[in-house]
Design a protein around this ligand. Structure first.
Ligand SMILES: [Zn+2]
Length: 460
């Protein structure tokens, strides 16, 4: 056994000039940076500044323009070597008042909010009898005679889980409910909020129309209000009145804001960290995705401010328009396609404010060693090794098709969807210890992969 390792070590010495992996010094630095991150409140200060000084920032809105200016100033003040913005064409949309009244048989108001991108109702509103469906699939199977001139109510329940998979199961009803119901002749669509928790606050989120299908108004009921409507419908027909006054603002320009710390020996190679700058309009975007911005900015800053620079460049991308269009991710691809061979790895923080509990990678077979070192260093933060099938988040998953290796630092999402996309996404929901733990994990990710000797490609 021992002889075999000596032979292997000797052959490695002769075959390669730089040793593969991470040097013991770099590994010690990773531990030092990780421990330093656990004691720092700077990410919280960043997040407080964003939520107080900018607040809501839906792409294409005045708040979004303020967020872009704030981000450039903030990254510059944090000492990034280079900070710049890149234009992203978006479509602006503005929420207006939203009312839903039960007219009969039990007159009362229910709490709703418009889905992002919904058209308004006529000023006098819409009256209609409600037809309930347990989920989008049931609606898709309905006949026009069941739906025509009705107000459709999709009552799909979301389960709370640590990995957040319940969201993907029901979110199609929010995205496509209006198109499916509109095709069948419905007057409007209501959905049970895609969320968990019991607050009487509806969860907004993006919806899409389809070409050639009538555009009908779409709104979400809070979860207690969805229960209330469901209970009424168990007793018989329910007639409601819906009024929405949202507004399309047309074409607008937003920006991806990018900051870099330049690498010492291989500055043309990049380690990317992403999060999104925009937020929904009713909360202050503390969890979605101010938390992610604070994590990636502070992790990069800690590495950039360390006594020695990593070999590779550390690039932070604050993506525009994740919530209502996803145009920031596409604009980044169009502007940086030529650099993707030099994007060594990418990770994204956009899953709320929970602690990180698992690390997934998407590395080549040879890169598995990097996954071993990462998970060894992350183990001290309570993070377990996951799969080699990381998919990234909404903004970086697109990089996979260009062969960019990915890392996902999966956060505990058990309670994330209690506040997600509601007016309650505010700073008081942030757990400072979880924020520090996230920064510590991202610091390890950045440091290890910005100094790693060896290839993580081709990705599986
Ligand atoms: Zn988000």
């Amino acid at each position: 056994m021992r002889l075999v390792s000596v032979v292997l070590a000797l052959s490695a010495l002769f075959l390669e000039s730089a040793p593969a992996g991470l040097t013991p010094e770099h590994e010690a630095h990773a531990v030092e940076l990780r421990e330093h991150a656990l004691g720092s409140e700077r990410a919280y200060a960043f997040l407080e500044s964003l939520t107080v000084e900018v607040g809501p920032r839906l792409a294409g809105s005045p708040g979004d323009a303020r967020a872009v200016a704030w981000a450039e100033k903030k990254l510059t003040s944090l000492g990034f070597d280079k900070v710049w913005r890149e234009p992203v064409a978006v479509r602006g949309w503005e929420r207006g008042p939203a009312q839903l009244r039960v007219l009969s048989p039990y007159p009362q108001a229910l709490h709703i909010t418009a889905l992002g991108g919904s058209v308004a109702t006529p000023v006098e509103g819409i009256r209609g009898v409600v037809t309930i469906f347990p989920d989008l699939k049931a609606l898709e199977a309905a006949s026009p005679s069941q739906v025509k001139d009705r107000i459709v109510f999709i009552n799909a329940r979301m389960a709370a889980t640590r990995d957040g998979r319940g969201y993907g199961v029901v979110v199609r009803g929010r995205t496509h409910g209006a198109a499916v119901a509109g095709k069948l002749g419905a007057r409007a669509v209501l959905i049970r909020s895609v969320g968990t928790g019991t607050a009487r606050l509806p969860h907004t989120g993006v919806m899409q129309y389809r070409k050639g299908i009538p555009r009908i108004p779409a709104a979400a009921l809070s979860i207690p209000d969805a229960n209330q409507l469901e209970a009424m419908l168990r007793r018989g027909d329910v007639e409601v009145h819906l009024g929405l006054q949202s507004r399309d603002l047309g074409e607008a320009t937003s920006y991806n804001v990018i900051g870099e710390f330049r690498g010492s020996t291989r500055p043309e190679e990049l380690v990317l960290l992403g999060a999104h700058l925009d937020s929904w309009d009713e909360g202050t975007g503390a969890l979605d995705d101010g938390f992610g911005l604070a994590v990636v900015a502070e992790a990069a800053r800690l590495v950039g401010a360390f006594r020695s620079r990593p070999s590779r460049t550390v690039r932070v991308v604050f993506y525009a328009n994740e919530e209502n269009g996803g145009k920031g991710a596409k604009a980044y691809v169009n502007a940086h396609r030529d650099e993707f061979a030099r994007h060594v790895v990418a990770a994204e923080s956009d899953a709320g404010g929970g602690r990180i509990w698992r690390v997934d990678t998407r590395f080549s077979k040879r890169g598995a060693d990097a996954g071993d070192v990462l998970s060894r260093l992350l183990g001290a933060l309570g993070i377990e090794r996951g799969t080699n099938q990381a998919t990234g988040g909404p903004d970086i998953s697109i990089l996979r098709q260009y062969g960019v290796p990915l890392v996902t630092l999966a956060q505990d999402a058990t309670t994330y969807f209690d506040h997600h996309h509601t007016a309650d996404d505010t700073l008081d929901k942030v757990d400072r210890a979880a924020l520090r733990q996230n920064v510590a994990a991202y610091v390890v990710y950045v440091w290890v992969l910005a100094n790693w000797e060896g290839d993580l490609r081709p990705v599986p």
